[in-house]
Write a protein that binds this ligand. Structure first.
Ligand SMILES: [Zn+2]
Length: 289
């Protein structure tokens, strides 16, 4: 497991990044259109393993003084390398009943699985009983439609097949507490949800701002620092790869222009850092706060 948590402030917003765990997947899933030689060299610059990507799950807790907001809830205990979120919250002094808002950037299992209490797997319950669960209407509609179109994904068939099952089970459990948004929306004072489609149709990014300090949470608009360095490199988990690349570019241009701190759910823990224009038409990632 990566280190558990890291605390920092965005103006008056107390933020804590919390690790739910990680997954190890073939590198090819994350970079399906990258040239093999270029990819091997680029991966070597980030670590010893060129075949496998260790992909952390990092949730964001924001305490505003009146609200306790959790951005993404992790995978839950569906794998033996995830499901730490409740323990991390407890160490941060937060009980499930204290959480007032859960924002779901999207409904992939590694983001929504931990939002649900699976002790009764047939009829799971919301993990955070007093929270409203905010997500995009387009995301709800996508996963609850009669035929979920995942043809754009270039990952293992079993991984693909599990996605609609988990999403539907979770959304069914959350249906009485969900709040759907259709456009850019201020969720609580200082936290705005920005439509960021492509990874999924209703994928959201989050912009935190307070006292002149800004943090842009990309969600899964980029899932590896190489997606910033080489912005044309697609992610095999994207439902609409072309749209995802355009979204990523526009978010990154905004982040660089406004000198924002940036967070991404799957970047190496603590998953926060700064960006600056890079040599290859993209952005270089400098981790840390
Ligand atoms: Zn993800």
């Amino acid at each position: 497991m990566p280190a558990g948590s890291h605390r920092f402030q965005v103006g008056t917003l107390w933020c804590t990044v919390l690790s739910d765990g990680y997954v190890a997947n073939p590198a090819a899933w994350y970079f399906p259109n990258a040239g093999q030689v270029e990819l091997a060299e680029a991966l070597a610059s980030h670590g010893p393993d060129r075949e496998t990507v260790i992909s952390p799950y990092t949730c964001l807790l924001v305490e505003t003084g009146s609200e306790v907001v959790l951005a993404d809830a992790g995978m839950g205990n569906a794998s033996n390398t995830s499901g730490a979120i409740l323990a991390r919250l407890e160490v941060a002094g937060i009980r499930p009943q204290d959480v007032t808002t859960v924002v779901l950037t999207h409904a992939h299992p590694d983001h929504i699985g931990g939002a649900v209490d699976w002790r009764n797997p047939v009829a799971p319950l919301p993990m955070f009983p007093n929270a409203r669960y905010v997500m995009a209407e387009a995301e709800w509609d996508f996963w609850t439609s009669a035929r979920v179109d995942l043809r754009g994904l270039r990952v293992d068939g079993a991984v693909k097949a599990a996605m609609p099952f988990t999403a539907r089970r979770c959304l069914q459990a959350l249906r009485h507490q969900v709040e759907l948004i259709g456009r850019e929306t201020e969720i609580v004072p200082g936290i705005r949800a920005l439509p960021a489609p492509g990874h999924t149709p209703g994928h959201l990014a989050l912009l935190l701002s307070s006292e002149g300090c800004q943090l842009l949470n990309l969600g899964d608009a980029a899932v590896h620092p190489l997606h910033l360095e080489y912005p044309e490199w697609q992610n095999g988990f994207d439902a609409d790869p072309g749209r995802a690349v355009a979204t990523r570019r526009s978010l990154m241009e905004r982040a660089a222009a406004d000198r924002m701190h940036v967070m991404a759910f799957h970047f190496p823990f603590p998953s926060v850092g700064r960006v600056a224009a890079g040599a290859k038409g993209g952005w270089d990632w400098t981790p840390g706060w």
